[in-house]
Ligand binder design. Structure first.
Ligand SMILES: Cc1cc2nc3c(=O)[nH]c(=O)nc-3n(C[C@H](O)[C@H](O)[C@H](O)COP(=O)(O)OP(=O)(O)OC[C@H]3O[C@@H](n4cnc5c(N)ncnc54)[C@H](O)[C@@H]3O)c2cc1C
Length: 574
């Protein structure tokens, strides 16, 4: 495992660590109903022709297995992210709860020297779980101080830190130690396959040879301005991922002839620029800042243009609208507009009155004054706010149907009991504030096209042997959609698991049965397409890769003199 940065975890460690793994065993434990068919129906209803059904099926079929496998074979321990729904719960097969999981707190003390070598971002820093955060189910005032003190003792962390910490512990337990400061730059070709990767390590370049295969898990290409312009369908002004995700995996795959898919798409999010101590000015995802009462978004015409409480990925579409007359992206960049009521109740990016208004925010005592400072038409802005306030008082948004979806209300203020008022609220409490909103992304979605085992396909649709992709480095299974909380890490885990399992099976040391009077009658492999039935004559040598998946029938007495090595013996065959 080679990591380009000096710390491990990538954006996954900066994240909420939530994984959308539908039909998982925790849903069963909690009594939620779910099924393969419902998940498939839901996802395919969001496809717009961009999703490949076999890949979606592989994802849906493997997701429950990944949850069980990780929990049974590693320190990973999930629990349901309560109260949070799919991102399109009203679509057929959509659910209001159960498919999103997060890791329980993980004591970083258990990582020993590695505790300080996991990267930490600026927005979600791990002291609390997603459930406890304003993005989670309860949005409480905060975790009690004594509980936070208790966590400090063993450095217990939640969210993405917990997910990465637990996965890292699982790797270390198996003797897999990541090599940091080691950048993969070029794939090594062999006899018709990829055999390894050229690494630029701390002590210079070296070749790493892979027995099973190379899995590209290098994140997206969101920090490569040229590729962003070349491929993405609309503006991506801010990337919130680790800066080392610069496209290396994509270039490596393109060099060996990989087919590409989903290149136009990203995991879109709305962002504002804020100052964070120790980081300077950074992009900040605005989620509840859009979905709670007393806040709206307007464009430079001073008018609302979308349902602000829609899921962040879908919202990307609103930023990409072009007015054909003006030939302009009329909704980008946009403005987040809020009043003092919002700011004092919820705060914004760590700021809350009475602290002085930060420099990244515009403030004015009246709506007119705010419009003037924003440089938008004051008349239009006043009309927008008046209309919004009237709709909020009436408890509905006939203009953009904000609050009509269960999703919007689930992200609203829970104090309003899941009603429309949890997301609708007037902007009438001065002073008023505005911040520029730009279209950002958690990461890009495009990358090499793969088969259902994560094997990269070439431009003719043939497998490039020895090459796999997972996570945002892989052409996404999700097309232009986002299943629910954890919609990026869920597929990342599934195709990481499938790729790893497939490559590991190929890397299993060959086992030899030599010059023996026996006959192989039948051989089955549960890896489906890799092995076919083989029949051997007496005296032949058989090299069995993946023999631990095989069922062998041997003629009575025929095993004498055989030399059997490896897993066959372990499985009691010898
Ligand atoms: C604040 C925040 C919250 C989020 N919350 C969630 C959430 O709760 N659920 C969810 O599903 N998604 C969430 N996301 C999105 C999610 O974090 C990313 O989509 C996901 O982490 C991508 O995983 P990945 O493994 O593809 O890439 P990463 O986790 O970014 O890992 C890629 C790694 O590859 C390394 N690398 C790059 N090039 C090379 C090279 N040439 N050689 C070696 N190493 C290389 C990088 O340094 C990086 O460490 C969130 C994102 C952010 C920023």
């Amino acid at each position: 495992m080679f990591e380009k940065a000096d710390t491990v975890g990538g954006t996954s460690a900066w994240s909420g660590g939530t994984v959308w793994l539908p039909n998982n065993r925790h849903e069963v434990e909690l009594g939620f109903s779910d099924s393969r068919e419902e998940v498939l129906t839901c996802l395919m209803s969001l496809s717009h022709g961009l999703m490949e059904q076999p890949l979606v099926e592989a994802y849906v079929d493997t997701a429950p297995e990944v949850v069980a496998w990780l929990e049974d074979h590693s320190p990973v321990e999930f629990e349901t992210l309560r109260g949070m729904s799919d991102y399109h719960p009203e679509h057929p097969g959509g659910k209001q709860e159960g498919r999103s999981l997060e890791c329980t707190l993980f004591p970083f003390a258990d990582l020993g020297d590695w505790a300080h070598r996991v990267t930490v971002g600026w927005q979600i820093t791990g002291e609390i779980t997603m459930s406890e955060s304003s993005l989670g189910r309860k949005a409480p005032g905060g975790v009690p101080a004594e509980e936070l003190e208790r966590r400090k003792l063993r450095d217990e962390r939640g969210a993405g830190q917990a997910l990465v910490g637990r996965l890292l512990r699982g790797c270390l337990d198996r003797g897999v130690e990541p090599q940091v400061g080691s950048r993969g730059v070029r794939l090594l070709p062999g006899a018709g396959r990829v055999t390894g990767v050229l690494i630029e390590g701390p002590d210079g370049p070296f070749e790493a040879h892979a027995r099973g295969g190379v899995v590209l898990a290098t994140g997206g290409f969101e920090h490569d301005e040229r590729l962003v312009k070349a491929f993405l369908r609309g503006p991506l002004a801010r990337a919130v991922s680790v800066p080392t995700n610069t496209d290396d995996g994509l270039r490596m795959a393109m060099r060996v002839g990989a087919d590409l898919t989903d290149m136009r798409e990203a995991w879109w999010v709305a962002t504002i620029d804020v100052d964070v101590a120790g980081w300077g000015r950074v992009p900040w995802q605005v989620n509840t800042e859009r979905t709670r009462p007393h806040t709206i978004m307007v464009n430079d015409d001073g008018v609302r243009f979308t349902n602000e409480a829609a899921n962040y990925n879908a919202l990307g579409n609103a930023f990409h609208v072009v007015d054909v007359q003006r030939f302009a992206y009329v909704n980008h960049p946009a403005w987040l507009v809020l009043d003092h009521h919002f700011l004092s109740r919820y705060g914004l990016a760590g700021h809350r009155p009475p602290a002085p208004t930060p420099g990244w925010m515009i403030e004015a005592p009246t709506v007119t004054g705010l419009a003037e400072r924003m440089g938008v038409p004051a008349d239009a802005m006043r009309a927008t706010v008046e209309r919004w306030n009237g709709n909020a008082a009436a408890g509905s948004d006939p203009d953009f149907r904000r609050g009509d979806s269960h999703h919007d209300r689930a992200w609203g203020d829970p104090a309003f009991g899941g009603t429309h008022l949890g997301t609708l609220g007037p902007i009438d409490c001065p002073p008023y504030y505005a911040v520029r909103v730009r279209c950002g992304a958690l990461g890009t979605k495009g990358g090499p096209r793969t088969d259902t085992q994560g094997r990269v396909l070439d431009v003719d649709g043939d497998v490039i042997e020895g090459l796999y992709a997972a996570g945002n480095a892989m052409g996404s299974v999700m097309g232009m959609t986002y299943g629910g909380h954890g919609g990026t890490l869920g597929p990342g885990l599934v195709f990481g698991y499938l790729s790893g399992r497939h490559a590991a099976a190929l890397a299993t040391p060959p086992m030899t049965c030599m010059t023996v009077p026996w006959r192989l009658a039948e051989q089955f492999a549960d890896t489906r397409d890799d092995l076919t039935a083989v029949q051997l004559d007496i005296g032949h040598e058989l090299v069995l890769r993946q023999a631990r998946h095989a069922v062998l029938q041997v003629e009575p007495g025929g095993i004498e003199g055989a030399e059997v090595r490896g897993d066959l013996l372990r499985d009691g065959f010898g």
